[in-house]
Design a protein around this ligand. Structure first.
Ligand code: NAP
Length: 255
């Protein structure tokens, strides 16, 4: 079980101010990692950092907007000078709009999801990779994809495409970076209740949808812990380019 520990590792988690990212940061800190929590909302980040420190963990906040090249560049400069670089990147920042048909998907909705979920993941992973290669340091990337990168889902074409891009980004990075001792895998959650979907699951349609999940319920955040730690740690030392699905069976359900 020691392979799952993250002692002496520094881990960057993007989108760590709420939801999955905030939970993931706590799990990593409990496994011994120093965790750098990145997002745009400073007060929410400070709250999460505070909670980790109060529980005896090591954490710091980083301001980062993954859609802005300057912001990512500045954050990685700070990572190098203030924190001595990172060992693991959990690329989790992501957004979704309310459900809408393909023909009603306007420029703003398309760009918002593609820029954050796909271009943001590419931008942050490239910055991490550049630092690792420049210092001949090994690295681990866990991209947070979605089952909607692997199957279709109605009324969310831009989101589906962004996450399919994240899956392909994972595979392509994995093949190119294996020679630099950098592993890249993709965690593909199904449905977990967070701010990204809370409005939907409060509706009747959301409740019906929840029942249609093969396991009949949403995932609990702690049910991501094992799969996440596998991909983030040396326990997955022979895995790269893989997708790990955590979804109560949803990815195989016929529509
Ligand atoms: N919840 C699910 O069921 C589910 C299922 C599959 C995949 N996912 C994926 O899991 C990830 C986290 O989602 P969540 O459910 O935890 O939603 P959430 O609670 O809304 O969290 C999204 C996080 O992303 C950050 N973020 C958004 N835009 C950003 C930007 N431009 N720059 C930096 N950070 C940004 C937000 O922080 P700031 O607003 O403070 O910047 C926030 O911390 C997403 O990639 C999502 O697609 C979620």
């Amino acid at each position: 079980m020691n392979a799952f520990r993250l002692d002496n590792k520094t881990v960057l988690v993007t989108g760590a101010s709420s939801g999955l990212g905030a939970h993931i940061a706590k799990v990593l800190a409990r496994q011994g990692a120093k965790v750098l929590l990145a997002a745009r909302r400073g007060p929410q980040l400070a709250e999460q950092v505070d909670a980790i420190r109060k529980a005896g963990g090591d954490a710091a906040a980083l301001s980062m907007d993954v859609t802005k090249p300057d912001s990512v560049e500045q954050a990685f400069a700070e990572i190098e000078t203030e924190h001595g670089g990172i060992d693991v990147l959990i690329s989790n920042a992501g957004v979704a709009t309310e459900p809408r048909k393909f023909i009603d998907t306007d420029e703003d909705a398309w760009q918002f999801q593609l820029q954050t979920n796909l271009s943001g993941a590419w931008r942050v992973a490239r910055a991490a990779t550049q630092q690792w290669i420049a210092s001949s340091r090994p690295g681990v990337v866990v991209n947070v994809g979605s089952i909607y990168g692997l199957r279709t889902g109605v009324l969310k074409v831009a989101y589906n495409v962004s996450k399919a891009g994240v899956v392909q980004l994972t595979r392509s990075m994995a093949m190119e970076l294996v020679r630099h001792n950098i592993r890249v895998n993709c965690l593909c959650p199904g449905w977990f209740l967070t701010a990204i979907n809370a409005d939907y699951f409060a509706t009747e349609s959301g409740a019906r949808y929840e029942k249609s999940i093969p396991m009949g319920r949403l995932g609990r955040l702690e049910e991501l812990d094992g799969p996440l730690l596998l991909l983030a740690s040396d326990a997955s030392s022979y895995m790269t380019g893989a997708e790990l699905v955590v979804d109560g069976g949803m990815v195989h359900k016929a529509i």
